[in-house]
Every structure is written in C-alpha cells, then in structure tokens.
Design a protein around this ligand. Structure first.
Ligand code: GLV
Ligand code: MN
Ligand code: MN
Length: 416
C-alpha cells in the first residue's frame, strides 16, 4: 500500500515524543516502585494536571468535569465535535501504555491541527477519562458514562476498599456530584468518539502489522460470588463434616476455567480477585468472596455461559452444603464499531503503509460508554508479546508514531 504520510507529519519524531510523554506520565504513581493510579486518587490528580499542561501547551482550551475528566478542546468552523480519548487510571502494578497512549495520541494529533491554524470543519475534544479500569469502584466507566449522559447515579453510593463512597471521593477530589449532569455532551453535538489503544493481545505482532482497526468491543458480565460455609478448627473437624467455603471457591474457579475452555475461544472467564475475610492457616474458611469476569464477542454465547455457570455453581454449593449468593455487578453488551469510522481508520492505516486488519477487542474500553452518545471507532497499536496489565507492557516509538500519523490522516478525512 502506498505510503502517503504528509510531508509535515514526521512519525519518527512524533513517536519519540510519545515515548517521552509515556515515560513521564508513567512516573506519576501512588507508589515509587510500581504504577498504581486509581480513580480520583492523588496520583490521578497528578496525572490530570500533567495532561492538562500538555493540552494547554498543544494549543487546546482545557476544562475538567465533575468526575475529573480532562478535556482539551480545539475549535472548528462547524458546531460538531470529534471526540478523541482514552483513560489515565491504571490497574494495580500496571504498564505505562494502557490508556495513556490514547490520550497522548489525541494530544499530539490535535496539536498538529492547532499548529496549522486553519480550522477544521468540526472541533476536536481530547478526553482523558479517569475510571476505565474499575479497580476502585465495581461499576466502571463512570467518567465516560457521565460524558455520554448515561451516568448511573445509584453508583454514587458504592464504596471502595476503605469504605469511601464514590460521592465522597468526588468531593475529596475537589468536585461536586451535583455537577455530574453538566459533564454530558448535548446529544447531536458529538459527531463520533475515536480511541487509539494498544492492542493488549498478540494478533498484530503475529501478523507483523503496526496498526489494526477494531470492529467490536467484547461484552462483559461481572459476577460477585459469595460462598458461606462454617469456620472451624483445621485440626479437629473431620474432612467429611466440613463446610469449607474455600474448597467451594476452588471448584468455582476451576468450573469457570473448564467451561470457558469448552467454548473453544468464544468465551473467556477469569477469577481475578478472591477475598477470604478471616483467613488463617489453621482455620477452615467460613466465607469466601470472589469475582468472575466473563467476556465474549457474542452476547448469546456470553449469556448462555453465565446461565450454565450459575447452574453449575449452585449444584456445587448444594453438594457442599454451602450458602451461595451470586450478584451481577456489570452486564455490558458487545459494542459494535461504526462501519464508516472503521472505513476511515482502515484508509488511515493504509496511508501509513499498513495493512488494515480488522480485529475484535477482548478488553473493555471507554468506547462502550461513549457508544450511547455517538458512533465510535478504535485504532489498535501493536504491543510487545501481546502483554498488558503488566509492567512489561510496551509499544515501540515507531509504532506509536505511525498511530498518531494515521490518526491525523483519519481526522483530515473525517466527515461529521
Ligand atoms: C480494562 O482494561 C478491562 O478490559 O477490564
Ligand atoms: Mn485501557
Ligand atoms: Mn486496562
């Protein structure tokens, strides 16, 4: 495919800048030796301030909403806006690229148009969301849901591990929950939402392609499973008389794994968190709580899996004489990406010499919330060994430079 990168776009130089910015943002953490930046934390504040300065330096007008979303705006000659964003919160012990690169790509692309000085027929808003990972509060995507005008106000009562409610955390961040409604875009003003993100999987590397076009974002169901047995003495209670909640939890984990394997790739299921409230080596566990994260590109397959899994866990709990509660904390359908945006991104990938591969995103993204406001699309960037949610996460400066060049090309061809 012919490489038609414009003479005034230098991917190598842009990629070097992106890497420098990734490293600078990656140093903003709650802890010195690992990257942790949770929603509405002091580290989030530090990252938001840095992003806000970068946006100002890029020639954008900066504002911040009640959920801490930083917005850098470039005026256009028409009333519609193209939204480009990603998130600056992280998982515990995170890599530096998941989220931040999308924000940085948006800033570098918007800076290109700010520097040219000739208004586009639409405005650009670069958005840095703060609640995509959902590690502080169980209901995630609070910031993008607010921007989309679909914030769930009942989630203000959720509490974090320290017992701080979301409403309280917003106030501690210096914001007012009463202003959440004002964070919403007026329907019709947002022409589209586009996000650049590392792939977080191995497909692009395997296919030797720097960039790919996302066709859908997988649906997700999150379950909280609580097993209630009877705490007892590890030395005195005979094996056949036990009601061991942790042994039930182990069966739950293995059921999730086996059932997901049986779908032959259609569904993935993960138990990533388990809580044993009174854990001790000499105590039979009385209570165990665990989370189950179930995802699929097919809503029918995911829903069938959830029903089958619940049935199997109920049978297991009956057999073990355990109490059981299963709560669905998130249930998000598969989000398709808009066809016209996919086509525009495919042309943009081709313009930088890539083969426009289409792929589905197994990871969740802010686009799922933004799709309630406007058409969405995503551009994926190759990451080393497909590793993500891991400090070893890496995308090369040259791939990041190509991604920004492709985003610039996409913006140039975008019709609101
Ligand atoms: C976020 O990265 C998620 O997919 O859970
Ligand atoms: Mn992400
Ligand atoms: Mn992530």
């Amino acid at each position: 495919m012919a490489n038609v990168i414009r003479a005034d776009v230098n991917p190598a130089a842009i990629g070097a800048r992106a890497e420098q910015m990734i490293n600078t943002l990656g140093s903003v953490s709650a802890e010195p030796n690992r990257l942790i930046r949770t929603f509405l934390s002091p580290a989030h504040r530090g990252a938001a301030d840095l992003v806000s300065k970068w946006m100002t330096d890029a020639g954008l007008t900066v504002s911040e909403d009640a959920l801490g979303t930083v917005r850098g705006s470039l005026a256009g000659s028409g009333p519609k806006r193209l939204l480009i964003g990603s998130h600056i919160d992280t998982v515990f012990e995170a890599g530096m690229f998941d989220g931040p690169f999308g924000v940085i790509a948006g800033i570098l692309a918007a800076e290109h148009f700010a520097r040219i000085g000739r208004p586009l027929p639409f405005g650009i808003d670069v958005l840095a969301f703060g609640d995509e990972e959902g590690v502080r509060y169980s209901a995630t995507l609070a910031s993008s849901s607010a921007a989309a005008g679909h914030f769930d106000f009942s989630t203000l009562e959720l509490v974090d591990a320290e017992g701080v409610s979301l409403a309280e955390a917003i106030k501690q961040y210096g914001k007012d929950p009463a202003d959440i409604a004002a964070a919403a875009y007026v329907p019709g003003t947002a022409a589209a939402y586009v996000e650049v993100h590392i792939e977080q999987g191995p497909v692009l590397e395997y296919r030797k392609q720097p960039l790919g076009v996302v066709n859908s974002i997988a649906g997700q169901t999150y379950l909280n499973v609580e097993l209630l047995g009877e705490a007892g003495h590890a030395g005195t209670v005979p094996m056949l008389l036990r009601r061991d909640a942790l042994a039930g939890a182990a069966e739950t984990i293995l059921s999730a794994e086996r059932m997901a394997r049986d779908t032959k790739g259609e569904v993935v299921a993960t138990v990533g968190h388990m809580h044993i409230p009174a854990a001790a080596s000499n105590v039979i566990a009385g209570t165990v709580a665990l989370t189950v994260d179930i995802r699929s590109g097919s809503d029918a397959a995911r829903n069938a899996f959830v029903e089958g899994f619940k049935k199997e866990i109920r049978e297991m709990a009956d057999k073990r004489h355990l109490g059981l509660s299963i709560t669905t904390t998130r249930n998000v359908p598969t989000t398709p990406c808009d066809q016209a945006i996919q086509d525009g991104l495919a042309a943009a990938v081709a313009s930088v010499g890539g083969e426009p591969l289409k792929l589905a995103s197994g990871a969740g993204h802010d686009g799922t919330a933004m799709a309630k406001l406007c058409p969405i699309g995503m551009l994926f960037v190759r990451c080393r060994d497909g590793i993500s949610h891991n400090p070893a996460e890496y995308a090369s400066p040259s791939d990041m430079g190509l991604a920004v060049a492709a985003l610039i090309h996409f913006i140039e061809g975008f019709k609101p």
